[in-house]
Design a binder for this molecule. Structure first.
Ligand code: SF4
Length: 286
């Protein structure tokens, strides 16, 4: 089934780009989870990450930069029976889209959000991003200082804002990434996977080798407890000699749609509209 999701377009990602691993993991996740392509929607932002929507044969929207989550929210509320997957880069989600990220997390929308975190703006040719490491030398942050802005920690931010499934993965380990994607898709609530993704053209610091020397399973670290928010935040703070991967935190909480009685029953998109009087609504708001 994995090939069923392939489109005939050729990719414009650079050879060796970490996006290929994410693409292959997503196809594997679709196949292994047996997702119904007729009932799955992929929403992406703009950037190298957003192009994944151009290569995958499911319902998909490549929306505006930073507006991935509002569009995904609209899709989910219009038809809460759909599986909704959102994808975007660290610039898209942690820069212009940060407000939407926080509010989607606190509302606990039932959306799986996969962040292609290459710690740089790749499509615009290599400027520092909100997740660039301190000291990273980019076109915006020249030597000798490099980047002087403290990077956003996606895992900590997601947990703090109220996401109910929070994980980190590496594009160089496709089976693990696909497995975490499936867990995120099946989780009832806002599920975030921070995917470490080398940009071979513009990020010469966070390379495949750099990550492989540091990544370690979070479940092997002392104090690990998937249900303990404080411990998850503490383990998520590790970023240096050790970079933990895996599920940091998971809880069960009513989703946004579960909390709205008007969404109980058939999806809004399937309800008849013939008996709705627009004139009456307009008069109410006048
Ligand atoms: Fe990948 Fe970087 Fe090339 Fe974009 S610029 S396609 S992120 S290697």
């Amino acid at each position: 089934m994995a090939n069923d999701v392939n489109l005939a377009y050729s990719s414009t990602w650079c050879p060796g780009c970490g996006n290929f691993g994410i693409f292959n993991a997503l196809k594997k996740a679709f196949a292994d989870a047996g997702l119904d392509l007729e009932a799955t929607v992929l929403v992406t932002g703009i950037g190298c990450a957003g192009k994944i929507a151009q290569y995958l044969n499911t319902y998909r929207i490549e929306t505006l930069h930073g507006r991935t989550l509002p569009v995904a929210t609209g899709v989910k509320l219009a038809n809460h029976r759909l599986t909704v997957i959102a994808e975007g880069g660290d610039g898209d989600g942690m820069g212009i889209g940060m407000g939407h990220f926080i509010h989607t997390a606190r509302r606990n929308l039932d959306i799986a959000y996969f962040i292609h975190n290459n710690q740089i703006y790749g499509l615009t040719k290599g400027q520092s991003s909100p997740t660039s490491d301190l000291g990273a030398v980019t076109k915006f942050t020249p030597p000798p200082l490099g980047n002087v802005e403290r990077p956003i920690n996606i895992v900590q931010t997601a947990i703090s804002a109220g996401a109910t499934f929070v994980a980190r993965a590496f594009t160089g380990d496709i089976p693990q990434l696909a497995g975490l994607m499936i867990e995120a898709i099946r989780h009832p609530g806002f599920a975030v996977v921070d995917i470490l993704q080398p940009c071979v053209s513009f990020n010469h610091l966070n390379t495949y080798q750099w990550y492989r020397q540091r990544i370690t399973p979070v479940a092997d670290l002392p104090g690990y407890d998937i249900a303990d928010r404080e411990k998850a935040l503490s383990l998520a703070s590790l970023w240096g000699d050790k970079i933990p991967l895996g599920v940091f935190y998971q809880e069960t909480r009513p989703t946004f749609a579960d909390s709205l009685p008007q969404l109980a029953g058939p999806p809004l998109a399937a309800r008849p509209v013939d008996d709705i009087s627009i004139a009456g609504l307009m008069a109410e708001m006048a």
